[in-house]
Design a protein around this ligand. Structure first.
Ligand code: ZN
Length: 143
């Protein structure tokens, strides 16, 4: 492992052990459960939107592997303050990048999420990394 990989590993483990913005979602049982059956990851989330149409916060209730939990945790930090439109397009870009479909993408502007860039080489784990992003898109709707 080189230094970068070690650093990335540490960032992922840190988010896994202490997921940011984690809490109970949908105590009334109405929240949708998003699942990645391949790995057993499951996630519920709640998106808060302020008067200006910006994301005031994302709460996650996630159980699963380190990649799925870390990605969800990092996503909550990344999306805070973005408009709904920006969040949708970020989610699209992230999913494409993880699938290796976006040849031009660099992870420089993604903050902690750059730590997940190595997942591209592990196709079975891509669904773990993208679970939260598919979920947030679904919650935000398409218009
Ligand atoms: Zn997983």
């Amino acid at each position: 492992m080189n230094d970068f990989q070690e650093l990335y590993q540490e960032i992922i483990l840190d988010h896994y052990k202490r997921p940011r913005n984690s809490g109970r979602v949908g105590g009334d049982g109405t929240a949708k459960v998003h699942e990645n059956p391949n790995c057993g990851d499951s996630l519920k989330l709640e998106v808060g939107i302020d008067d200006e149409g910006k994301i005031s916060g994302v709460i996650i209730d996630v159980h699963g592997c380190a990649i799925s939990v870390a990605s969800a945790s990092m996503m909550t930090e990344y999306l805070e303050g973005k408009t709904v439109e920006e969040a949708r397009s970020d989610a699209d870009r992230f999913v494409k990048a993880m699938r290796g479909e976006d040849g031009d993408i660099t992870f420089d502007s993604w903050g902690d999420l750059a730590a997940l860039s190595g997942v591209i080489h592990f196709p079975l784990r891509v669904k773990c990394a993208t679970l939260a992003w598919h979920a947030v898109k679904e919650e935000l709707g398409t218009n």
